[in-house]
Design a binder for this molecule. Structure first.
Ligand SMILES: Nc1ncnc2c1ncn2[C@@H]1O[C@H](COP(=O)(O)OP(=O)(O)OP(=O)(O)O)[C@@H](O)[C@H]1O
Length: 227
């Protein structure tokens, strides 16, 4: 199986004010099409690991490889390009731009990439919204959506550049039960129908149960994995 993401012996410290090891030798790899969740108690290092894997945090020891290429000692400009081309992000808070329409929000990372014309990006954005069953929201102002709708738009935005991997940090953390389930179902659909590779940090055991691999962390280490 083709490996998309690899973590090799990741170690990270925080100085707060004493030196604390927040990631303590994390090793794992994610193959194309994997749908993986990372679970564990609050403070065990899940978010810290996501920042490292997504190249947003570069202050660590060990190696992160994306599509076989090491991200160590790369310049920020290169990493920003990798993030935009290869990774789709879905966070607890959606960070949609309220002054724009839904369509424009979904288009933005596509326009930044300079791979497609504006017309093509627009057509792709419509297609992603339709895939997620929210095509009718395209011309609405992003400020005027429910929490669940906003999170679905954020997922469409994460898909715009056909990322190798979607990374989510508590993507249902701010939603009620009904909307959380809607979002789980979208992730499940992306996994089953599009074979989209995804790595999700979650507190929610019901969400983790929908994924194909559950990685459990404790004190900065992977302690268990279930398939
Ligand atoms: N910028 C920082 N400076 C110092 N310590 C930090 C910083 N960010 C996180 N920590 C500490 O590192 C540890 C791991 O935090 P992290 O956010 O990765 O955990 P988590 O498993 O994602 O927790 P949660 O589930 O509550 O989000 C915690 O003890 C936290 O207090």
């Amino acid at each position: 199986m083709e490996t998309i993401l690899e973590a090799v012996n990741i170690v990270k410290y925080f100085y707060d004010p004493v030196k604390v090891k927040v990631l303590d030798g994390v090793n794992f790899s994610i193959a194309k099409g994997d749908f993986v969740s990372i679970v564990g108690k609050s403070g065990c290092g899940k978010s810290s690991l996501m920042y490292v894997l997504s190249t947003m945090d570069t202050d660590y020891e060990g190696e992160v490889k994306i599509d076989g290429v090491s991200m160590q000692r790369k310049k920020e400009k290169y990493l920003a390009k990798i993030r935009n081309e290869k990774i789709g992000f879905v966070f607890q808070f959606h960070y949609l731009l309220n002054e724009f329409t839904v369509l424009r929000n979904v288009m933005l990372p596509g326009l930044k990439l300079n791979r497609y014309s504006e017309k093509e990006v627009e057509a792709r954005a419509y297609e992603k919204l339709q895939t997620l069953g929210i095509g009718e929201l395209a011309l609405k102002n992003a400020a005027r959506l429910s929490g669940g709708e906003k999170q679905r738009v954020a997922i469409a935005r994460a898909l715009i550049n056909d990322p190798d991997i979607i990374m989510g940090d508590e993507p249902t953390g701010n939603l009620d039960k009904k909307n959380s389930e809607l979002v789980f179902d979208i992730f499940k659909q992306l996994s089953q129908q599009l074979n989209q590779t995804m790595l999700i940090v979650t507190h929610d055991p019901d969400f983790a149960a929908k994924t194909n691999r559950i990685i459990r962390m404790e004190d900065g280490k992977i302690v268990d994995e279930q398939r």
